[in-house]
Design a protein around this ligand. Structure first.
Ligand code: NAD
Ligand code: ZN
Length: 367
């Protein structure tokens, strides 16, 4: 039976429904909440091949008219001309403000379709049907939408909360295993931030999470609950939401240092290595035990994720170049940096006075 996680945002509160076979019930779920609603379904070619027909059929069965638009898969689709296509599609289908944009796909489709929903007719209803593990536990929850710019990733966008998230855990069976693992890194992250019991549960149950069934639903529901709490406490990302960046400072630097080449490193893989580095660096600063870092590395490695910089094929640029990415364009390269560090499994905290030269020496030793 499905699990429901409530994202508590006053008037804009919404449900995340997580369960098996939800796509077949999506039409009924949407029609029950908003009778008479019409939708534009935005998706990509990979997802359309496996899941678009069942979603459209379920909408039709519930009497919900749907106009699908299939885009090219991949990060490159998060750009201006694709945003214009989505907006034109929604307007061309003559949808009104009270109608819905439905995102059927991973984080790329969710971010792009959510942005369009946020700006067409000054903000339409938005429904997320996330189909990657990363999208189910992270990008579909929280209302951040947007596209990339030549100046960097995710620099153009709006906060626009969905009014319903339907996470069908069966659709993950068609997700490439590498993408599943990458999303799993974000699942484990919630344990490492502040849920040590969840991390221990994952160590015991990860095989069932990968193979499907109740443990998968449980893991995704726990991850969504964790993200929902952080989002409710800090909707516009001013403070506490920063803990979600555990592993991401190093991870983003590794992604940038490999030119965002997904053949070499996908985001969740960078986060996996980054989380291990954050634990190892914390141990080096005498904040945490090295045993905890070893435990994190062991678990991520056993599920098949990379855990060391040397796992990345093709080598990395020199440490001072890596450091420019770590310091994220800030002028001070060796000055004080903000990092998510930890006192142990599930005891992460925001450290805003991390000496850049310590980070430099650490990365130099680790490569
Ligand atoms: P993605 O959307 O590119 O999906 C990964 C790949 O899996 C794609 O090739 C896609 O076609 C395919 N796919 C997805 N679901 C599938 C399924 N069920 N069966 C078969 N193939 C499937 O990438 P992603 O990892 O889902 O998301 C990454 C994006 O999310 C990035 O652009 C990132 O910036 C964004 N993001 C946003 C937030 C946020 O808060 N808005 C948070 C984290 C990440
Ligand atoms: Zn991430």
């Amino acid at each position: 039976s499905p699990r429901t996680v409530r994202v508590d945002l006053g008037e804009r509160s919404y449900d995340i429904v997580i369960g098996s076979g939800l796509i077949a019930r999506a039409g009924a779920e949407i029609a029950a909440r908003r009778p008479g609603i019409r939708c534009a379904v935005i998706t990509d070619r990979n997802v359309a091949a496996a899941h678009l027909d069942s979603l459209v059929a379920s909408l039709a069965d519930a009497g919900v008219e749907a106009a699908p638009l299939v885009l090219e898969p991949g990060e490159k689709t998060k750009r201006f001309d694709e945003l214009v296509r989505v907006c034109d599609h929604v307007l061309g289908a003559r949808l009104e403000r009270g109608d819905a944009v439905v995102a059927l796909g991973g984080g790329v489709i969710g971010d792009l379709a959510g942005f369009a929903a946020g700006i067409v007719r000054r903000g339409m209803r938005f429904v997320q049907v996330p189909t990657s593990l990363l999208a189910q536990v992270d990008s579909s929850v929280g209302g951040k939408t947007g596209i990339n710019s030549g100046h960097g990733k995710n620099l153009i966008g709006v906060f626009h909360q969905p009014e319903l998230v339907l996470a069908d855990t069966d659709v993950l069976d068609t997700l490439p295993i590498r993408e599943f693992r990458a999303g799993y890194a974000e699942v484990a992250k919630y344990g490492l931030i502040d849920r040590p019991g969840f991390f221990a549960w994952l160590e015991a149950n990860w095989r069932e999470v990968f193979s499907g069934g109740p443990a998968r639903i449980e893991a995704i529901a726990t991850a969504c609950q964790a993200k929902a709490e952080v989002v409710a406490a800090d909707e516009r990302e001013s403070g506490a939401r920063a803990l979600l960046n555990l592993g991401h400072t190093f991870g983003h630097a590794l992604e940038a240092a490999t030119n965002y080449d997904s053949a070499r490193l996908v985001h969740g893989e960078g986060v996996a290595i980054g989380m291990v580095l954050a634990h190892e660096f914390s141990a080096r600063m005498n904040l945490a035990s090295p045993d905890d870092a070893a435990r994190v590395a062991h678990h991520l490695r056993e599920v098949g994720l990379p855990t060391r910089m040397s796992d990345i094929e093709g080598g990395l640029p020199p440490t001072d170049i890596l450091m420019t990415h770590v310091a994220q364009d800030k002028k001070v390269r060796r000055g004080a940096l903000t990092f998510i560090l930890t006192r142990g499994i599930g005891q992460s905290f925001i450290a805003d006075d991390v000496p850049g030269d310590e980070v430099f020496r650490f990365l130099e030793d680790k490569r």
